[in-house]
Design a protein around this ligand. Structure first.
Ligand code: T6T
Length: 314
């Protein structure tokens, strides 16, 4: 038989790297471990399942009950024991998840990072995420405009140590510093708990009657911040820019309790991560880092942006 040089080297490559053909992927499993059960990760999982189905692959999802490294770590360990062909995970802490994920890689399971990342992401074959710093900066500009460039503003950071929370906060802080009329009160952490975000907001408002704006760094922070303002009867007076676009947040936007939402594209993250996993497993070209877009939703553009709202189920 007559093979070309490049065909020969592809065949040799396959043997040495153990790469599969796309037909070999059928019946294999992609493990998925999101940060927690919420509409952002539900939307991502739906896209992962659709993309995996293109290759007749299965998806096994194990969902932490809380956005917590201590809850997620044993889930990683039990997922590793099932030996999926690849693992896609949103690590809830940039440091704490490194040891269990290193063990996964050592057990021969390729790891792709989705949404959040590690302080050192080099163990992963790909990292697919929103540009969270840029999203935080966009939130700062939107909030500055909403408050007419004056008064005090506050950040609700959903979780210290989670890359997305830290990057959104940093992007916001760097950018708000360029708006001279605004006094930045700093960030307070709500541990992904909407009730805690509500009480942070009520206490901040009591201490600072001239509070004009809040940046809430994720879905639960924004939901809780809006509830807090409503409890204090300050909805609409103090402006909120939130991250994410779950159904409850969108209702709050429609009601005027929230003025803008930075919506991520969780489906794009999921689809691209599966494409990279397939490339990795089949010996194709893998992209180490992929950034996905955000869009800003307001009451004015909401009608034309319905596709940006996250799913509650597939
Ligand atoms: O904001 C998203 C995600 O990007 C973040 O890492 C964790 O919180 C969400 O899932 C929203 O609840």
């Amino acid at each position: 038989a007559c093979t070309t040089g490049s065909q020969q080297s592809e065949a040799a490559n396959e043997e040495s790297s153990g790469a599969l053909s796309t037909a070999d992927l059928a019946g294999k499993t992609i493990g998925f471990i999101p940060g927690v059960n919420d509409p952002f990760y539900i939307s991502m999982q739906c896209a992962i399942e659709d993309a995996a189905a293109e290759y007749d692959m299965e998806v096994a999802a194990q969902i932490p009950g809380q956005f917590e490294a201590a809850v997620q770590t044993p889930i990683v360990n039990s997922m590793v024991a099932t030996k999926p062909a690849a693992l896609l995970i949103a690590p809830t802490d940039g440091k704490a998840l490194e040891p269990p994920l290193t063990q996964a890689v050592e057990a021969g399971i390729p790891v792709g990072l989705v949404d959040t990342t590690l302080d050192d992401p080099s163990l992963a074959f790909t990292s697919v995420a929103t540009d969270n710093e840029q999203g935080g900066a966009a939130a700062a500009d939107a909030l500055a405009e909403l408050v007419g460039n004056e008064g005090k503003v506050l950040v609700i950071a959903f979780k210290a140590g989670a890359s997305t929370s830290d990057a959104r906060q940093k992007g916001f802080e760097d950018q708000i510093a360029t708006h001279e009329g605004i006094e930045y009160l700093g960030a307070q952490i709500n541990d992904n708990d909407p009730a805690k975000a509500a009480s942070i907001v009520q206490a901040a408002l009591a201490a600072n009657p001239d509070l004009t704006g809040i940046f809430a760094t994720n879905l639960f922070a924004a939901q809780g911040a809006a509830t807090g303002l409503r409890n204090a009867n300050a909805q609409g007076t103090v402006k909120i820019v939130g991250f994410d676009a779950g159904a409850t947040q969108v209702e709050q936007l429609e009601r005027g309790d929230v003025q803008a939402l930075v919506a991520q594209k969780p489906s794009d993250i999921g689809t691209q991560a599966v494409e990279q996993a397939v490339a990795y497993l089949t010996g194709g070209d893998v992209v180490a880092e992929i950034g996905t877009e955000t869009v800003v939703l307001t009451a004015d553009n909401l009608d034309s942006m319905q596709d940006a709202i996250y799913k509650e189920s597939c």
